[in-house]
Design a protein around this ligand. Structure first.
Ligand SMILES: [Cu+2]
Length: 146
């Protein structure tokens, strides 16, 4: 399994430079100034020409960065769980990270809170994609959690 992914990365490094993962509308939600954790949302356009999978993310703005999915449990309560096998994004498709769905979770936010989080998305085939996401406290939809 590990060997297969490494081979894919090496093959991928030789492909055209124009193909890319394009990220739009990156935003954050941190409920309160004292919150220990925050969520990042964005849209990821797979313009690499090949099916891929978002495996993980990391950031300098938090002690730990995880991929989560939110879903209602049997009792109707929204819960979030870590993504285990990555989030698939087929060639030409869009992976949307949004409130109530999949998101990047920053756990153990740095203090003082940086204005911007440098985030690295790690894809199975496209490798690492870096972006900066502004960190904003208290988005106005009245949701205390996410
Ligand atoms: Cu989460």
């Amino acid at each position: 399994m590990l060997r297969a992914s490494l081979t894919a990365l090496v093959l991928c490094a030789g492909t055209a430079a124009a193909a890319e993962m394009r990220v739009e509308d990156a935003a954050s939600r941190i409920a309160t100034p004292a919150a220990q954790a925050g969520a990042l949302y964005m849209r990821i356009f797979n313009e690499t020409g090949q099916d891929d999978r978002l495996l993980a993310a990391r950031s300098d703005a938090a002690a730990e960065t995880q991929l989560h999915v939110s879903a209602q449990d049997a009792g109707g309560v929204m819960r979030m769980t870590p993504v285990e096998d990555g989030l698939p994004v087929a060639a030409g498709e869009v992976l949307t990270l949004e409130s109530g769905g999949a998101h990047v979770m920053l756990m153990g936010l740095e203090r003082p809170l940086p204005e911007t989080a440098a985030v690295t998305l790690i894809f199975e085939r496209a490798g690492e994609v870096r972006l900066d996401v502004p960190l904003t406290v208290g988005m106005s939809d009245g949701h205390a959690g996410h």
